[in-house]
Design a protein around this ligand. Sequence first.
Ligand SMILES: C[S@@+](CC[C@H](N)C(=O)[O-])C[C@H]1O[C@@H](n2cnc3c(N)ncnc32)[C@H](O)[C@@H]1O
Length: 230
Amino acid sequence: MRLEEAKRDYYRRRAKEEGYRSRAAFKLKEMNNKYHIMGRGSKIVDIGCAPGGWLQVSSELVGNIGQVIGVDLDPVKSVAKNAIIFQDDITSPETSEKILRVLRGDKAGAVLADLSPKLSGIWDMDHYKQIDLCNTVVDVLPSMLKEGGACVIKAFQGDELQGLIQRLKKSFNRVEISKPNASRKESSEVYLVGLDFTGQVPERHSEVLPSSHSSEESSDSIESDWQQSL
Ligand SMILES: C[S@@+](CC[C@H](N)C(=O)[O-])C[C@H]1O[C@@H](n2cnc3c(N)ncnc32)[C@H](O)[C@@H]1O
């Protein structure tokens, strides 16, 4: 068995044994240990939360005096008393309004986004769509994230990644690029960790998706990547 397959199986087995809904749970645990993104009493917004691994980890870490608000297009089974889950699209303004209503004038200590769009099979298109979702998350940060707060955003590598990183660098005093152990080496995903939010984000430059054209590189690695993270 190749080392990467063995690693994937290891995290899958651990997820099952420890009752986590996805092996992605271990990615968040590792990043939280390293960057101290959340702690007891924090309020967390988790965008793209199905099936709920990150929700479970966040719910444990913030404890019953904290709160977790999850959003996904897909239905998600409830996690714990301190977690509220919406089945909604983050690109819709009503979704942000719902989250803000739950926050009741307060702001979150961290916004998490492990988003993966429905994949078309066209590499460039899927990359643009994913980065577009990440930019939507950055757009909502000033309304949801308190100054000094943190974000963790999964991004697929490709042409648009640098633009997203630059945008985050203007929004956070520290930005780290993380590749947790539970993320397969060959996968194109990286996690952008923003620390010490300034309270403001710059406008995004471009929202234009490329026209569909085939790329030499298949989307298989991206698709299998996030599906295997479950
Ligand atoms: C890799 S999964 C998240 C795994 C999750 N972090 C966990 O630990 O279980 C990515 C999720 O992003 C969601 N997603 C994609 N586009 C979305 C959108 N526009 N609004 C909300 N969720 C979205 C998908 O439905 C999918 O469940």
